[in-house]
Ligand binder design. Structure first.
Ligand code: IMP
Ligand code: MG
Length: 195
């Protein structure tokens, strides 16, 4: 239904909130298998320690981990962002630390999306201080147009346009994470969704 009636019975112009499919589930799975191979090719002998950022990165982590042959372990971290993420004053704070040390390990940070880059910049600084053997970044989605921080991912699933996306772990107020595909969120009001 795309129309609703006001109390006075007039038809309201607004549309219902909707998600327009952007990347189908099968394409995501295929791309993750290819990324897993690429990561293993770069580190053929090493145990890979995947570190995912809660909660958005969880589906990507579990699918990626199952596609990487050989020894893999993983851990989780959670962060909260403060202030306007759309400019450089956006601050990131740690809300849940890793369970174990990453010193001497080959660490792959697994993130759902690289947007302004503020989150990743914070995490890379934090992890670098802990002296991993290697530190790499894998992101499912990259929105390069929005970048503020000078960070880049070593492995990118899909480069996408500057649109607010949901699904496959990505949320809008905690909703839509469970969609098996990635889609562009359109709000009923026509306004641009904000993370
Ligand atoms: P950054 O610090 O600006 O790079 O933002 C990274 C985080 O913002 C991601 O891990 C997501 O949780 C969230 N985010 C950025 N863009 C989107 C989007 O299009 N949809 C949903 N969440 C997003
Ligand atoms: Mg989020």
């Amino acid at each position: 239904m795309s129309e609703a009636r006001t109390a006075k019975g007039k038809i309201r112009q607004g549309q219902k909130e909707s998600v327009r499919p952007l990347i189908p589930a099968a394409r995501i799975q295929k791309r993750i298998r290819a990324m897993a191979k690429e990561i293993r090719r770069d580190f053929p002998e090493e145990r890979l320690h995947l570190v995912s950022v809660l909660k958005g990165g969880v589906f990507f982590l579990t699918d990626l981990a199952r596609s990487i042959p050989g020894e893999v372990s993983f851990d989780f971290i959670a962060v909260a962002s403060y202030g306007q993420n759309t400019h450089s004053s956006g601050q990131v704070r740690l809300t849940r630390d890793l369970d174990s040390s990453i010193e001497g390990r080959t660490v792959i940070v697994v993130e759902d999306i690289l947007d302004t880059g503020m989150t990743l910049q914070y995490l890379l600084r934090l992890f670098q201080q802990r002296k991993p053997k290697h530190l790499r970044v894998a992101v499912l989605l990259d929105k390069p147009e929005r970048r503020i921080a000078a960070v880049r991912a070593d492995y990118v699933g899909f480069t996408i346009p500057n649109e607010f996306v949901v699904g496959y772990g990505l949320d809008y107020s905690e909703r839509y994470r469970n969609l098996p595909y990635v889609g562009i969120l359109k709000l009923g009001s026509g306004a641009k969704p904000q993370k």
